[in-house]
Design a protein around this ligand. Sequence first.
Ligand SMILES: Nc1nc2c(ncn2[C@@H]2O[C@H](COP(=O)(O)OP(=O)(O)OP(=O)(O)O)[C@@H](O)[C@H]2O)c(=O)[nH]1
Ligand SMILES: [Mg+2]
Length: 155
Amino acid sequence: MTRKKETKIVILGSYNSGKTTTLENLCNKKTKVEYNGTTIALDYGNIRIDGEKVHIFGSPGQERFEFMREILSRGLDGAILVIDSQKGVTSIDEGIINNLNQMNVPYVVFANKQDLNPETEFKGIGADVNVVPTIATECKGVKDGLDLLYTMIKN
Ligand SMILES: Nc1nc2c(ncn2[C@@H]2O[C@H](COP(=O)(O)OP(=O)(O)OP(=O)(O)O)[C@@H](O)[C@H]2O)c(=O)[nH]1
Ligand SMILES: [Mg+2]
């Protein structure tokens, strides 16, 4: 019996950019492993889109967890890069973008914390990349952004 292919999406981005908050707003059932409010292993949740199961993994943002980002990114179908719009693109984000481009994986950028700084154009993000303005704490933009990524993965 062949198992139906399920989709794997990973949420990446720098420390404190809003990855866990984004995942919490996208998924009904979720698990997170945090210490003092920062992700130390992973977040996990799932959601159904068009009847198909989509697994969403949230990565830790701290630099020392590079190994965890690498493990979580194995076999991914698509990625969400969450950027703190106040801080812009960090060196960690640049590394993530390079990896995603090399792996030829579809991704969207969430320009998060729009309530603090309504900036959506960032140095280091190609003009061909979809940038979605989000306020994860208010659940604004995140579902539309996920739908956009899902469409990119399926096409
Ligand atoms: N004002 C504002 N605060 C936000 C927004 N999204 C997240 N935050 C806050 O930013 C802080 C970090 O959010 P998290 O979701 O834990 O960020 P993270 O990227 O998972 O952080 P790490 O796991 O440590 O890398 C929390 O205090 C959130 O409430 C937003 O859109 N606007
Ligand atoms: Mg987190």
